[in-house]
Design a protein around this ligand. Structure first.
Ligand SMILES: NC(=O)c1ccc[n+]([C@@H]2O[C@H](COP(=O)([O-])OP(=O)(O)OC[C@H]3O[C@@H](n4cnc5c(N)ncnc54)[C@H](OP(=O)(O)O)[C@@H]3O)[C@@H](O)[C@H]2O)c1
Length: 229
């Protein structure tokens, strides 16, 4: 991959389990990764454990990136998006990974809560500036699988969004992860379905004493773009 083709990816909340796992994997695969944190020093310390990645305060990471991946808990999602809103580059893509778990309200991690916007990803879309496309992705990719960097991740990753070009960019990002396959799951309004599947995977992990449950879709060509409604 040439220097110009290497995507610049900011991971807001990249010090956490999911974000750091993505940072490790994507850096290894050749992406230029900026780990974001509310504290620049914490981001730098995380980047020191992911050779090739760099650490930044969240808003500085967003300012430098073409693709911004949001990996913060539901309870922090809006506050964090407000804090970086002014930093998006024109035409940037926001990838929302948030699963609206009842755990955010002291309930179970295997249950979701319903949000007025329809899904966490649609809620994110209400917070970004015009011209920033939101794609929902990575819900089926567990932090545990990401951390095991010597093993392929072994999951399909369903992606939803209203911009075909943004989904194509996220598909290329997914395909940088060994063992992951991207599947176009339609418009952003389908994000609620992806978010609920993540809760199902958590329930399966609990029920089967695992932390690696993933997802495989059969019976369709994963290379095809969504053409229905
Ligand atoms: N874990 C998984 O297997 C998995 C799988 C799929 C999707 N997801 C989604 O990915 C997101 C992150 O999950 P995670 O397990 O990585 O979460 P986490 O480790 O608890 O938190 C991720 C990061 O969010 C930042 N953050 C910002 N505001 C925060 C606040 N008020 N309280 C706590 N942390 C805050 C923290 O970074 P700083 O302190 O550095 O700012 C923290 O390191 C969630 O929305 C989750 O649904 C997770």
């Amino acid at each position: 991959m040439s220097e110009l083709q290497r995507p610049r990816v900011a991971i807001v909340g990249g010090t956490g389990a999911e974000g750091f796992g993505l940072a490790l994997r994507l850096t290894r695969a050749g992406a230029r990764v900026l780990i974001g944190s509310r504290e620049a020093g914490k981001a730098e310390a995380a980047a020191a454990r992911a050779p090739g990645a760099e650490g930044r305060a969240n808003s500085d990471a967003v300012r430098e990136a073409e693709i911004v991946v949001l990996t913060v808990p539901l309870a922090a999602q809006i506050e964090i998006l407000k804090s970086v809103r002014e930093s998006f580059r024109p035409g940037a893509i926001l990838v929302d990974t948030t699963v609206p778990l009842e755990a955010a309200l002291g309930g179970r991690a295997s249950r979701t809560v319903s949000l007025w916007a329809g899904s966490a990803a649609q809620r994110a879309a209400q917070q970004v500036p015009d011209g920033v496309a939101v794609v929902a992705a990575f819900h089926s990719l567990s932090a545990r699988s990401l951390a095991d960097v010597d093993r392929p991740v072994d999951t399909d990753i369903l992606i939803c969004g209203d911009s075909a070009s943004a989904k194509a960019a996220v598909r290329r990002l997914v395909e940088m992860l060994p063992g992951a396959r991207a599947i176009d799951a339609g418009p952003l309004e389908n994000a609620r379905l992806l978010e609920n599947v993540a809760a199902l995977l958590i329930a399966l992990n609990v029920g089967h004493r695992s932390s690696r449950a993933g997802l495989r879709i059969t019976g369709l060509d994963p290379e095809r773009a969504w053409t229905g409604r």
